[in-house]
Structure formats: structure tokens, C-alpha cells
Write a protein that binds this ligand. Structure first.
Ligand SMILES: [Zn+2]
Length: 320
């Protein structure tokens, strides 16, 4: 167990307790030497609602200073300008690299957004190149679930696990998957929320009919029920919610033979009963082999920490 101090510019110190497995047979080994890992680096997390920018003195640690949080601009150029102005205002020294997590699907070359219902104006723009030109440093992009997984495999609850996934249960239901063996691994963003469940005739916001997310996506449920999911106390609702999510996780485990899932996202983090209930249902269906569900140790900062960690992961490890 190690305590990680995370400092913000507001003078608030958050301390995260992270469990380190001293018997680790497998862990993400940094690709650079300690010397090369010295920053400064920037991690940026662009969510559908807010953008957070963290200053990382090193890639060898999840410690960072939160230098800004502001509403995500739907206008792509305004968002770029906001980021540039931010660093100019703070008169920061040139950064060595920028890792960026975004709530959108990334093109296979990792350089632009190809699908993002919350950020339609970003689609097709040369995002990585534009940032690289403005900040004169290398830039890496990835889907926020990939960044969450990177953070958890490196510093959180997925350390020492070769086959695992990171699941976020929030406005949408998203996931990323890691299949590893020894020093080799592949990471991919997957569309877990848009797997089709038998007998489901509900229309999904993605345009398809029958998606898991029609039962588990915060935005869709709020539209259907007229209030945020967090305000629903009906037991039958949560029973159905966890029934469907359990099926989705069992399908994922059977198709990929993963052993562990780190669960994150506002809905999962705020409903303390959800994870034990979900585990019970998954175990009842799956029997053998087992699938272990764990809370994501880094909570809501995982995508930001993982954004910086991107800079230390070879490009060919990630299938966007
Ligand atoms: Zn869908």
C-alpha cells in the first residue's frame, strides 16, 4: 500500500491509497529510463463536459498538479485556443510531451477523432498535429477508457494482471481491454455498451436497436426516466441495471478470457451497492472460470493519469 499525494493549485491535497502487489509477476514496465521520464509533461483529459489539465514532473509516478479545469468547448478551434492561452498565462516552460485522453473514438493512426457524439466538431480534425504544432512537442491521443486502463495497470488495481479490462459506467458504458503475456501486450478500446442483447427492442442513442447501453447508459436512462440515474432508488431498476451489465461482462469474459475488470465511472463510484451486486450476478452466470470485479483505484483521475502515461507506451501497443 502506498499513499499518493495529488496536489492541486487550490492548495488541496488529495491522498490516494494504491495497493501495490509486491509479488507482481507482470507489470507495465516503463519504456524509458528514469532520466528520460523526467518532465515536465502535460496530461489532458477532455470529457464531454469538462477538460482537466495536469502537470506531471515525471512519468514514473501518478503525482501531478492540476493546473486547470474548464468547461470543454464544443468548438474545436476555441478548445485549442483555450489550451494554448492556459500555458501562456502560466508562463510555463516548454513541455516534453503531451498525452491526451478524450471521450471519443480515435482514428486507427491515433492522430484524430473519428466518432464522438459529445464532440462532433472535433471529428476529422488533425488534433494531434495541431497540438504538436502549437506546443512544439510530441502528442499522443487515446480514448478515455484506454487511458483509464493504462493508469490502472500501471498504478492502480490492475497491476500484475495480464488479461484485464477497464469499465466506466457513467453517461455511457465504455471499456478498454488488455491482453498481455510476459512483456507483450495489446490494448484496445472496445464498444462494450453497444453489444446487442437478445430480446432488447430499445432504441439506442447510437442508432442501433438492442444495445446494452439502453439499460446502463446514464444519458439514455435520464432521457427515459426524466431524472438522473443517481436519483433513482427503485430496487427493481437497479436489479435490471445489474442483470444487464452482468450479462455484458460475462460476454466480454467469455470472448476474451480476461480475469479482472476495474470498474469506474460516476454511476459505479456513487452507488456503493452496485459492485458487490454485480459481482454476485457475474459469478452466478459465469461459474468457471471466474471474473473478478474491482473498484478502479484511481477513481475519476484515472483518464488524466493515463493520458500522461500514454507518452511512455509504444504506439504499437494500442489498437485505437
Ligand atoms: Zn448503441
Amino acid at each position: 500500500m502506498r499513499n499518493i499525494a495529488v496536489f492541486s493549485t487550490m492548495g488541496i491535497v488529495l491522498v490516494l491509497s494504491v495497493v501495490y502487489d509486491t509479488n507482481a509477476e507482470y507489470s507495465m514496465q516503463p519504456q524509458q529510463t528514469k532520466e528520460q521520464q523526467r518532465g515536465p509533461y502535460l496530461g489532458i483529459d477532455i470529457g464531454g463536459s469538462n477538460t482537466r489539465v495536469g502537470f506531471f514532473p515525471s512519468l514514473a509516478s501518478p503525482d501531478f498538479t492540476l493546473i486547470a479545469k474548464f468547461p470543454t468547448r464544443q468548438n474545436y478551434e476555441l478548445q485549442l485556443q483555450n489550451l494554448v492561452s492556459l500555458l501562456q498565462e502560466r508562463n510555463m516552460s516548454p513541455v516534453i510531451g503531451i498525452g491526451l485522453s478524450i471521450a471519443a473514438r480515435i482514428a486507427k493512426d491515433g492522430r484524430s477523432v473519428i466518432f464522438g457524439p459529445n464532440l462532433p466538431e472535433y471529428i476529422g480534425k488533425p488534433f494531434a498535429q495541431d497540438l504538436s504544432d502549437r506546443f512544439a512537442c510530441p502528442v499522443r491521443l487515446a480514448h478515455d477508457t484506454v487511458c483509464g486502463l493504462l493508469a490502472e495497470t500501471r498504478f492502480g488495481s490492475l497491476q500484475a494482471v495480464e488479461r484485464c479490462a477497464y469499465l466506466t459506467v457513467s453517461t455511457g458504458t465504455g471499456a478498454a481491454l488488455q491482453l498481455g503475456k510476459g512483456s507483450t501486450r495489446l490494448i484496445s478500446s472496445i464498444e462494450i455498451g453497444h453489444q446487442v442483447l437478445d430480446g432488447n427492442s430499445l432504441q439506442c442513442l447510437c442508432g442501433m436497436v438492442g444495445c446494452l447501453e439502453t439499460y446502463t447508459g446514464g444519458r439514455q436512462l435520464e432521457l427515459r426516466y426524466g431524472r438522473p440515474v443517481e436519483h433513482i432508488t427503485d430496487i427493481a431498476f437497479w436489479d435490471s441495471f445489474t442483470d444487464k451489465l452482468a450479462i455484458g461482462l460475462v460476454n466480454l469474459a467469455q470472448l476474451t478470457r480476461i480475469d479482472v475488470v476495474a470498474v469506474s465511472g460516476a454511476i459505479a463510484l456513487n452507488q456503493v451497492f452496485l459492485l458487490p451486486l454485480l459481482q454476485q450476478k457475474v459469478t452466478a452466470i459465469l461459474k468457471q472460470p471466474s471474473l473478478s470485479l474491482r473498484p478502479a483505484a484511481l477513481g475519476e483521475i484515472a483518464p488524466l493519469v493515463g493520458a500522461a502515461a500514454l507518452l511512455d507506451v509504444p504506439e504499437n501497443v494500442i489498437l485505437h
